[in-house]
Design a protein around this ligand. Structure first.
Ligand SMILES: [Zn+2]
Ligand SMILES: [Zn+2]
Length: 190
């Protein structure tokens, strides 16, 4: 895994750990670095706009993500706070924060229950969810855009499933995100 300190990483108070690094300014004029991408809940009442590619992308296995998403893990795309905005249906949002004890404010659609975004107060950034992106479309065609693909697993030992990909599996978090950076094996869950 290549770790780089980027302009965006220091704005997040952390080192960006995207595989291959994060380019703060486009060198090749790809038009994607400054593009606006969209995410949404299932019923379409809420739309979230994200400016540019995510600063980081990680698969979280923590128990809160698992229960709130009703899934074995959640795929988080990290963005600076000012790069994510609700562009439709803000009145349809509700927020959950584990009785105020969590570091994460989780916003979801009141109508369909779909996850919209989270405010990660401890990291000073926002997260949207890979499967909720409508552009690039990860829904109908099921293809993950390489710029949005996860670069590591976090809270892997809290989870329930093994992954046999080549990504690092952190027991908690990478050091850049305030964790101890301890990694475990793919087959941790026997
Ligand atoms: Zn909805
Ligand atoms: Zn989590």
């Amino acid at each position: 895994m290549q770790r780089i300190t980027s302009r965006i990483g220091s704005r997040l108070g952390a080192t960006a750990f995207r595989k291959g690094g994060y380019a703060p300014a486009c060198q090749v004029g790809c038009g994607r670095c400054f593009a606006t991408y969209k995410a949404g809940c299932h019923c379409g009442s809420v739309e979230v706009s994200c400016e540019g590619k995510p600063a980081w992308s990680a698969i979280c296995h923590c128990s809160i993500c698992r229960r709130t998403h009703s899934a074995p893990y959640a795929e988080l795309l990290g963005y600076p706070v000012d790069k994510v905005s609700v562009t439709k249906g803000e009145a349809n949002l509700s927020m959950y924060n584990v009785d105020g004890k969590s570091k994460e404010d989780r916003y979801f659609c009141k109508k369909c229950g779909g996850k919209c975004y989270s405010m990660l107060n401890h990291l000073g950034c926002k997260a949207v969810f890979l499967q909720n992106m409508t552009t690039p479309n990860h829904g109908a065609d099921g293809k993950i855009d390489p710029d949005f693909a996860p670069s590591c697993h976090i809270f892997y030992t809290s989870g329930t499933v093994n992954f046999h990909d080549k990504l690092p599996k952190f027991e908690t978090l990478p050091e850049a995100f305030g964790g101890d950076g301890k990694e475990v094996a793919n087959d941790y869950h026997k």
